[in-house]
Design a protein around this ligand. Structure first.
Ligand SMILES: Cc1ncc(COP(=O)(O)O)c(C=O)c1O
Length: 507
């Protein structure tokens, strides 16, 4: 019998699949990734809507497009899967996904109250709540302050750029008009800090040489005395220090700089203190872990990626500024076709306080998720992530030398699998270079082999990176669906694959 024609429209068919994915994402024994090579992906799509475009692109029929959508889902990385611990983001909070869809459906810009009446107020309310957590806004101020303490930005790197522009503007306001002069400005960040600082320096025209990387301790936190010495050395060299970037949650080891110590230095030297809380800023949601950011209220600016630990869809970045009027001072151009002062409620327009013109509505998903989970739900999310990391640490410590924890803080666990004939073996930061070179080579080459097999079989996605030149694994916890059993299973797979790789090498 002929199949009944599909009554659903293309949009409904795609939306149906997207919703089914969000409500019931792959889990358990489903693969984290159905791995295919670039050639295989091209070939698969050739039997649906092809990936490429001919010079003249004809409209595809709905079935071909839906087949392609199925392939997109099948061959994408399932970041919601509890065995995806590969990056410092993971599966999205489903509420944020639908919030993102709704924001996209309403397709407006957050630049003006005229175009975003509800979202302007919503953004202000959420930023004020974030600002209270960071100590930028008086906790007793239950009302939204007249000027929100920041704004949402397209990602942490962009927000870092904006923060450094603010920092330079405070010191050299004329540069905005005249362009960068020959003066050698310098900024300071830990050697473990994110490369957004260096990229921003390039874009600001102060040059990548202006970024002075300061020694960090073996956990990855900046050494305050080394920072102060580096600032003095820069002054002695005739340079002009203008900013310190502190990191709250470094990308690899999730180290937290001592913000009070850095604020003391910044205040004494008259420098702008920016806190990169892209990753670890969310510790502020947890009464148990917020002490990690003690002193953040003394900083001048603070970047917080809610799309990392909090599971908001990418991207959802708040740039908080202690003196928010500096945003307009730094960025405003008063375009008269958009920010007409004589239109209704123009004083609420946020768009001239940033570099962007159109601004995505990134606040809606966060507002919805926060209303849905409440402060307690957000705190639980952080506490669960740390509990999973603690479980991994305990499991690694009790593995009879089968694993060695290298370093790690908060939600990040960096470790190595140790082949039986090398046990016990300490792989301690600061002493990795002292390891026997054959041992180093064995460990260094095993990690990518183990990772490749995990990826090919889709059993888990665990990242690896060099620490002092040695490839080591990194577990990063933030997904609330990860259980202790998942942690154990991932470690077991690493051990199995490591043993198999050695057995193959021995034949
Ligand atoms: C510590 C830190 N800072 C900044 C960034 C950059 O954020 P984004 O990826 O949103 O540009 C990252 C990204 O991983 C990060 O880990």
């Amino acid at each position: 019998m002929a199949e009944a024609p599909n009554e659903l429209t293309l949009i409904e068919r795609i939306a149906e699949r997207a919703l089914a994915y969000v409500v019931d994402p792959p889990t358990g024994l489903d693969p984290v990734i159905d791995h295919a090579s670039p050639d295989e992906i091209e070939t698969l799509f050739a039997s649906a809507a092809s990936l490429g475009f001919e010079s003249t692109a004809e409209a595809c029929d709905d079935d071909a497009i839906v087949d392609a959508v199925d392939l997109v889902i099948k061959h994408s990385v399932h970041t919601s899967h509890p065995r995806f611990v590969n990056q410092n983001f993971a599966g999205p909070d489903p509420v944020s996904v639908v919030g993102d869809w709704l924001g996209a459906a309403l397709n407006t810009t957050g630049a003006t109250f005229e175009m975003a009446p509800v979202f302007t107020l919503m953004e202000s309310a959420v930023l004020s709540k974030l600002g209270r957590l960071a100590g930028y806004v008086d906790e007793s101020a239950s009302q939204v302050p007249p000027l929100p303490p920041g704004l949402f930005c397209p990602g942490g790197s962009s927000a870092t750029l904006y923060a450094l522009q603010l920092a330079r503007h405070r010191l050299r306001p004329d540069v905005r008009r005249t362009g960068a002069t020959g003066e050698q400005l310098t900024l300071f960040v830990s050697a473990s800090g994110h490369y957004a600082a260096t990229k921003s320096a390039a874009l600001l025209g102060i040059g990548t040489d202006s970024v002075i990387k300061v020694e960090s301790d073996e956990r990855g936190a900046i050494i305050p005395a080394a920072l102060d010495a580096a600032i003095q050395a820069s002054i002695d060299d005739g340079q002009t220090p203008f900013a310190i970037i502190a990191t709250s949650g470094t990308t690899v080891t999730s180290a937290f700089d001592d913000l009070h110590a850095l604020a003391d230095i910044a205040e004494e030297r008259g420098l702008w203190l920016h806190v990169d809380g892209c990753y670890g800023g969310s510790a502020l949601f947890s009464p148990t872990h917020r002490h990690l950011l003690a002193g953040v209220e003394r900083s001048d600016s603070f970047v917080w990626n809610l799309h990392k630990m909090m599971g908001m869809t990418q991207q959802c970045t708040a740039l908080l500024v202690r003196q928010p009027e500096q945003l307009a001072a730094c960025f405003a151009l008063k375009a008269d076709y958009l920010f007409q002062p004589d239109k209704l409620h123009a004083e609420y327009d946020s768009g001239d306080r940033t570099f962007q013109c159109a601004r995505r509505i990134d606040v809606l998903k966060l507002w919805l998720a926060w209303k849905h989970h409440g402060d307690q739900g957000f705190a639980d999310r952080i506490d669960h992530a740390v509990a999973m990391a603690d479980h991994a640490r305990a499991r690694i410590a009790s593995a009879d030398g089968g694993f060695a924890e290298v370093v790690g803080n908060f939600t990040n666990v960096v470790f190595a699998w140790i082949p039986p004939e090398l046990r016990p073996l300490a792989v301690d930061p600061g002493a990795i270079g002292d390891l026997d070179s054959a041992v180093r080579t064995t460990l260094h080459t095993l990690a990518p082999q183990i990772k490749a097999r995990m990826q090919a079989e889709g059993t888990a996605m665990v990242g690896f990176q060099p620490i002092e030149g040695l490839n080591t694994f990194r577990l990063l916890f933030m997904n609330p669906s990860v259980t202790e059993a998942d942690v154990d299973a991932m470690l077991d797979r690493i051990a199995d694959y490591g043993s198999d790789a050695l057995a193959v090498a021995a034949t």
